[in-house]
Design a protein around this ligand. Structure first.
Ligand SMILES: [Zn+2]
Length: 421
């Protein structure tokens, strides 16, 4: 069910107001309203006297799916509907008026997320306020997504026209259509942006985007600079996952949490990295309460744009992808940043790379290098650099091998991956 335009406008104005007036504070009336809806959840009702809500993760969230949601949907039913829709690539699965979304679980452990028409109106209002912006001029937005999300479809209106490009097909195949369309705004994950940028570099046609928005994956600084150069505009980020629309880029180019409706607790991993634990005061069909994400966040300095909402300096990756080694009986953690630095500092001839820990003491590296360069030579430099980095952590005798570089647009684009669990 699509939310009405009036409903969207209502939320747009409300969220614009709250962004300006109290960028990092949730109103008391909102908290009270949220509490009333929260206790309709059988799961949360049991904590109504203590208010001592447990920290959740995807596993626990899914284990208690039936008791958590307030709309009487069972997990098995939701999963059947969502999987059937993924198969048919008809991305509008609903049960009654509730939309069903599936998160891409890497370990086969998928999360199911429910959205009511009101929550959809809120999301659209927020996206219009913080990402796309309202304009009297008709604008065309091109979306490159792995799966069309019916949330995006609902933003369609007289002033905004959306075109969805399915990443199941190659970007090269879509490129002609993209050039023909000549959209004002381009929205895609970094891996797709990379291919679009490469297509533009090989083409005689130049892009004329007013805005490029990177979603869903970690946008690395080198990629951002490259996209800025090719697309000729700034690259905004949206930190959005199935768990919610979490952060947006302000006019000063900083990524701010939406703290006018999200409470962000920080679980520190060391003195600079934390996992956000989110409580969403606007969700009621499936309350998100103290939900710990395993994204590794670095906090930035306060921003001069006027918003007091927490600034994200960068999203380093996911905790699942931290490399773990056993050194004399102790577990040593090596965060993705260290691996990243070891690789890019090794040679200027690396266009792209992928480092994967495959077992206790084995690492695979694949490198994309310019055609005129020998990837073997570059690999030798990367290998040496990785060994040096590992040594600084006391990690010895790790086997590092090279595998061919293959790009798969359907896979989540992660440069550092840990498959040794
Ligand atoms: Zn700002």
């Amino acid at each position: 069910m699509k939310p009405s335009k009036l409903h969207i406008l209502f939320w747009f104005l409300r969220l614009r107001f709250s962004r300006y007036v109290r960028s990092n504070r949730i109103s008391t009336s909102r908290i009270n309203y949220w509490k009333n809806t929260l206790y309709r959840s059988a799961f949360y009702n049991q904590f109504s006297s203590t208010k001592d809500f447990p920290v959740m993760n995807k596993q626990r969230f899914m284990d208690h799916f039936d008791a958590i949601n307030t709309v009487g949907i069972e997990k098995s039913e939701a999963l059947d509907v969502a999987l059937a829709s993924e198969q048919s690539r008809d991305f509008t699965p609903t049960i009654g008026t509730i939309s069903i979304g599936l998160s891409s679980g890497t370990s086969g452990n998928k999360g199911i997320f429910l959205t009511s028409p009101t929550e959809k109106a809120i999301w659209v209002g927020a996206i219009l306020d913080r990402v796309i912006g309202l304009s009297f001029k008709k604008r065309k937005v091109a979306f490159f997504l792995r799966a069309n999300n019916n949330l995006y479809e609902s933003v369609k209106s007289n002033s905004i026209a959306f075109t969805f490009f399915d990443l199941k097909d190659s970007v090269k195949m879509h490129f002609e259509k993209l050039v023909e369309l000549s959209p004002d705004v381009l929205v895609a994950q970094p891996s797709a942006l990379l291919q679009i940028a490469q297509c533009y570099e090989e083409s005689t046609r130049q892009p004329s985007f007013t805005k490029v928005i990177s979603v869903a994956e970690v946008l690395e600084e080198d990629q951002k600079m490259y996209f800025q150069r090719v697309f000729g505009c700034s690259i905004d980020q949206v930190y959005q996952c199935t768990e919610g629309f979490l952060a947006y880029t302000c006019r000063k180019g900083k990524l701010h949490f939406n703290e006018d409706w999200l409470k962000i607790e920080k679980r520190y991993l060391d003195d600079q990295r934390f996992h956000p634990i989110i409580t969403d005061y606007l969700r009621s069909s499936q309350p998100i309460v103290r939900y710990e994400l395993n994204d590794i966040i670095h906090e930035g300095n306060p921003c001069s744009c006027g918003s007091k909402a927490t600034v994200i300096d960068r999203i380093e990756g996911r905790s699942d992808d931290v490399f773990q080694f056993d050194v004399q009986g102790e577990t040593v953690l090596i965060y993705p940043d260290f691996i990243r630095r070891a690789v890019i500092s090794a040679s200027d001839d690396i266009l792209n790379y992928f480092v994967r820990k495959t077992s206790k003491s084995q690492i695979e590296v694949s490198l994309e290098v310019p055609a005129e360069h020998s990837s073997k030579e570059v690999f030798d430099l990367v290998r040496k650099s990785l060994i040096n980095t590992l040594k600084t952590f006391g990690v010895q005798s790790v086997e590092i091998s090279q595998i061919d570089y293959v790009h798969n647009p359907m896979l989540k684009f992660t440069r550092i991956k840990n498959d040794a669990r």
